[in-house]
Ligand binder design. Structure first.
Ligand code: HPA
Length: 265
């Protein structure tokens, strides 16, 4: 099933309103959580176990408050390229729904496909393209027992996007809009694939987020999403280290931006 029960380890926590998934570069938010309790994924039954690990993707769930909003924060996520199903890759959205969250904020590191984007740019995701070859909804009977044809228009909530733009303006952060293409990975894209992505309308490319957003919409959560451009897609010398380093440089300003957005929710 797409729907899951609240794991026993989390049965005592107070109900969060917003769930955030922190990708590379967005981890600084963890330090802004008040009254926080950190729970390693390993202690939570049902968290999908990846077959392979990637440095920089630590797994801990943090419960607490940010700007007075009760939140649950996923610090680290499991990706399809680690050998889990699309449904398991969507676990944060499924747990967020089980815990009663209204909003899911997804963040990620991404390669810039649009030549106007430079390393360090923050993109407010306006839409996505699912190129993972899978869907978390495959085989799901849907809430009414029928086939789950979930509408994906305005998957990234227009009202929340407006709020994010206002908060960013207050913070002096420039937010560019863009379409996120989600691929399975883990190989980075070839130059030919990057030309293809540009041709089909992508601005940024990554290996996460898309399954979470599909599951979130199926479960009725409102979604907001951000990409940090950590490299030019198919750039020379591209490595996971480069992605992590660019994330480290943006850490503080991204945390401040997320706090400002939560303040407005
Ligand atoms: N491609 C795919 N995923 C990524 C990239 C990229 O260039 N950078 C960070 N995540």
């Amino acid at each position: 099933m797409l729907e899951i029960d609240v794991p026993a380890r989390l049965s005592g926590i107070s109900k969060p309103r917003v769930a955030l998934v922190l990708g590379s570069g967005f981890g600084g938010l963890s330090e802004a959580i008040e009254n926080s309790e950190s729970i390693p994924y390993a202690d939570i039954e049902g968290v999908p176990q990846p077959q392979s690990g990637v440095a920089g993707h630590a797994g801990v769930l943090i419960v607490g408050d940010v700007a007075g909003v009760p939140v649950v924060v996923f610090s680290g996520r499991v990706h399809g390229y680690q050998g889990v199903s699309s449904r398991d890759a969507a676990y944060p959205a499924r747990l967020a729904s089980a815990l009663g969250c209204e909003v899911l904020v997804v963040t990620n590191a991404a390669g810039g496909v649009n030549p106007d984007l430079v390393v360090g740019d923050v993109v407010l995701i306006s839409d996505q393209i699912n190129l993972t070859g899978g869907s978390p909804l495959v085989g799901w009977p849907g809430p009414a027992g029928g086939v789950p044809f979930v509408p994906m228009r305005d998957a990234y909530d227009p009202e929340l996007r407006t709020l994010a733009l206002e908060a960013a303006a207050d913070q002096g952060v420039t937010l560019k809009g863009g379409v996120y293409a989600g691929l399975l990975g883990p190989a980075f894209e070839t130059p030919a694939e990057v030309r293809y992505l540009r041709a089909v309308g992508a601005d940024v490319v990554g290996m996460s987020t898309v399954p979470e957003v599909i599951a979130a919409r199926a479960l009725g959560l409102r979604v907001l999403g951000f990409s940090l451009v950590t490299n030019a897609a198919a750039g020379e010398g591209l490595s996971h280290i480069e992605v992590l380093e660019a994330g480290e440089r943006a850490r503080e300003s991204l945390a401040e931006l997320l706090v400002a957005i939560l303040h407005g929710l």
